[in-house]
Ligand binder design. Structure first.
Ligand SMILES: Cc1ncc(COP(=O)(O)O)c(C=O)c1O
Length: 401
């Protein structure tokens, strides 16, 4: 059967518009299409393949695990799921874990949990959720409505109610918005899809204090920032606060579908049998790989390497920028970076991304003005040099155009 990019248009839902190639295989930071082209990948499956593509260690864990177990359902417990839960609890000092399959499902679960806690403890009227403009929390109808981009949730009829979006990092508006009716506040410590924007420490301190005052659960969506991506295991470790509920997914099993909700017993206890569930959530194979990933990426040396490589990219891009003058700043932490186009190139991040693709460099965008990089966390410096060479060529074309 001949498979080409056209096959996508023939048989797939048109809600994506993938680049003009079909991937056949990938190893480390290199991706190959079915016409034999080689690409340097700075996307890692949108911050998923944290140990690179098809890493040997993950292959070994998969082979070993599937000889024993793949899936059993949550009517039973199994060693792999419980091991990963214990590791996450030990690492973060949260007390309870619920496993799911994706970031959206993790946020759906966290939001449902916050609503349930408020319902049980304070009554039905405490049901309001505060979220932030340009945030992204997934594509289920609840999570996408909570996300701060109306265009993603418009056009599907009536939306889930009691959700307010306010500007990110705007303490005064937050103070005016939170009330006794607020059951949850959800935010990304670094907005990813929204343009790689960090929450200010002072803003977070105020949010934490007011959540405590009004008995609202503070939820951190660490789907994109988590699992060492920002240079600490979770990004909240770099802030002055800790959330009540944390959602994780993407890199947690370095390419296998998984998500997790971490919280304290006082919240988790409200999900009594029958209140929530997920057939594949906590799947033995994904959790087995998750345990391997957590061990690998949580060491001091590994995290230091992520920070150093992030700094290396920032310095390399700064040099390129001396030549091309296209970026106003490079922001982000660790290996979640946003190259922000200056006013002259406003709204042109997709154009730059396409030129990178032309030169066999895979990149992401975030909003119209940001070229987003999220490479594998174990990418080698030599590969980053190669990537920067390709970016150099793309920028030459970009500035000529
Ligand atoms: C911060 C954040 N939350 C949630 C999601 C949704 O995750 P998923 O696509 O796994 O449902 C994403 C995906 O990009 C994300 O970046």
């Amino acid at each position: 059967m001949k498979i080409t990019r056209k096959t996508f248009d023939e048989v797939m839902f048109p809600c994506y518009n993938p680049m003009n190639m079909v991937i056949k295989k990938a190893h480390g930071a290199l991706v190959y299409d079915n016409e034999g082209n080689e690409y340097v990948d700075l996307t890692s499956g949108i911050a998923v393949n944290c140990l690179g593509h098809t890493p040997n260690g993950v292959q070994k864990v998969i082979k070993k695990t599937v000889k024993n177990l793949i899936h059993v359902s949550n009517i039973f417990c199994n060693e792999y799921t419980l091991t990963l839960a214990k590791k996450l609890v030990n690492l973060t000092k949260f007390e309870k874990v619920f496993f799911v399959n994706s970031g959206a499902e993790a946020n759906e679960t966290a939001l449902k949990l916050a609503r349930r806690v408020a319902f049980d403890e304070y009554g039905e009227q405490k049901n309001e959720i505060i979220s932030f403009v340009n945030s992204f929390h997934g594509r289920t109808f609840f999570s996408v409505t909570v996300g701060g981009q109306d265009s993603y949730s418009d056009g599907f009829g009536p939306k889930p109610a009691a959700i307010t979006h306010i500007p990110y990092n705007d303490t005064e508006t937050f103070k005016k918005t939170i009330s006794d009716k607020t059951c949850a506040v959800i935010l990304e410590p670094i907005q990813g899809e929204g343009g790689i924007i960090k929450a200010d420490d002072e803003f977070l301190k105020e949010v934490r204090a007011l959540c405590d005052k009004f008995n609202a659960a503070l939820i951190f969506d660490e789907v994109q920032t988590g699992v060492a991506r920002s240079g600490t295991f979770y990004a909240y470790e770099q802030t002055p606060v800790k959330p009540d509920i944390l959602t994780s997914a993407k890199g947690l099993a370095s390419g296998l579908p998984i998500g997790a909700v971490l919280t304290y017993d006082k919240f988790a206890k409200h999900f009594v049998p029958g209140t929530h569930g997920s057939t594949f959530g906590g799947n033995a194979l994904a959790c087995s790989v998750g345990s391997y990933v957590v061990d690998k990426v949580s060491t001091k040396d590994f995290l230091e390497g992520v920070k150093q490589k992030g700094a290396y990219i920032k310095a390399s891009v700064a040099k390129l920028n001396e030549k091309y003058h296209v970026f106003s700043e490079v922001r982000g932490e660790g290996l979640l970076l946003g190259l922000v186009l200056n006013d002259k190139y406003h709204g042109k991040s997709s154009e730059l991304q396409k030129l990178c693709f032309k030169h066999k460099l895979l990149t992401l965008t975030a909003h119209g003005d940001v070229l987003r990089l999220a490479p594998a966390l174990n990418i080698k410096k030599s590969m980053l040099d190669r990537a920067m060479n390709l970016l150099d060529k793309a920028l030459a074309d970009f500035t000529k155009a």
